[in-house]
Design a protein around this ligand. Structure first.
Ligand code: NAD
Length: 315
């Protein structure tokens, strides 16, 4: 079975990919600088190389013998990207250029890349398709769009997967793999950790949505990784496809709170706050292309995403 380099394989999404890949018989090399990831999240059946995208020699060495790359590594905090745009460009864009250069040295021409819904910026379509205008509103989204363009220009076989909101957890044979971001900015972990002393802030209750709160599209991390494995098999020579990954529907912040309340069996303390600058009201993916190109269909609903996250925290 193929040997795959997984960059960012110590992070939330990447570590789940590594576990599922080794469980399917792939040989996996993880490349991660542990700036945000956790060494104990790396499946012990994978080879772990601690190294940075900013170190071309380390990348070249790690790629030896690999046939394809799944590229998760990078910086992904929107707020931090606004404060440090040069850092985001350097790590994400220059780092990915280093990766593409190292792949070229080895003649490796197959990559699946973690792009993001942040490439679209303020949505003009609902749902958002891959043809929708890509006009990022922050340096994080701009770095992902720049990488997508760089990959297109490289002429290699590639699929950029534009994730909407990833959630849930996976119980691998070595234990639960879950979000352990610091700082945590994702809604579901924040909902679960809300207390009377530190209630969840609901940013805006006057949006043009069914209950006035923002609507986002959530996809379970296991469904998301299934799409990556399908994408590896769908790569075509010299073709770069962009594919959205979400559920194709959305949940409002109040709906997330309501499902979490049911799963937890207790109330989720929350306070209403003003809108955050730059937040769109609704962000929902069209997943028509993911279905047709990859044969992918997400199967895990919001309740499963929340209950798996809770189980991973009770471990
Ligand atoms: N989680 C989401 O909801 C979401 C949504 C859209 C896109 N994405 C993208 O998916 C990817 C994975 O997201 P995640 O939530 O698992 O993030 P994460 O921060 O948990 O994982 C990223 C990993 O990359 C590593 N890394 C960072 N800089 C590196 C460098 N210079 N060299 C080597 N390794 C480096 C970190 O140590 C970390 O383990 C990211 O590229 C992110 O932008 C995530």
């Amino acid at each position: 079975m193929s040997r795959i380099l997984v960059t960012g394989g110590a992070g939330y999404v990447g570590s789940t990919a590594v576990a599922l890949l080794v469980e399917r018989g792939y040989e996996v090399v993880v490349f991660d600088d542990l700036s945000m990831g956790h060494a104990d999240a790396v499946d012990p059946r994978a080879t772990f190389v601690e190294g940075s995208l900013l170190d071309p020699d380390a990348l070249r060495n790690a790629l030896a013998g690999c046939e394809a790359v799944i590229h998760f590594a990078g910086k992904s905090l929107v707020g931090e990207s606004v404060e440090k745009p040069d850092l985001y460009h350097h790590v994400n864009v220059d780092g990915t250029q280093n990766l593409l250069d190292a792949m070229a040295i080895h003649g490796i021409d197959r990559i699946v890349f973690s792009s993001s819904a942040a490439t679209y910026g303020q949505p003009v379509d609902d749902p958002i398709t891959e043809e929708s205008l890509a006009a990022p509103t922050n340096p994080y989204g701009a770095s992902k769009l720049a990488i997508d363009k760089m990959i297109s220009a490289s002429g290699i076989s590639a699929i950029s997967l534009r994730y909407f909101n990833v959630a849930g957890a996976y119980e691998s044979s070595n234990g639960w793999l879950a979000e352990r971001h610091n700082p945590e900015t994702h809604l579901i972990p924040l909902v679960l950790r809300a207390t009377e002393a530190n209630p969840l802030k609901i940013f805006g209750t006057d949006w043009d949505t069914k209950d006035g709160t923002c609507i986002r599209d959530y996809v379970h991390v296991v469904d998301l990784i299934e799409a990556h494995i399908l994408a590896l098999g769908a790569l075509k020579p010299h073709v770069h496809e962009i594919v959205n990954l979400g559920s194709g529907g959305g949940y409002s912040v109040r709906e997330v709170i309501s499902v979490a309340t049911k799963v937890l069996g207790r109330a989720v303390p929350a306070v209403e706050s003003p809108r955050r600058a730059g937040d769109p009201g609704t962000l929902v993916a069209s997943i028509v292309k993911a279905k047709s190109l990859l044969g992918w269909q997400p199967t895990r609903d919001l309740e499963t995403m929340i209950s798996d996250t809770v189980k991973s925290q009770d471990r």
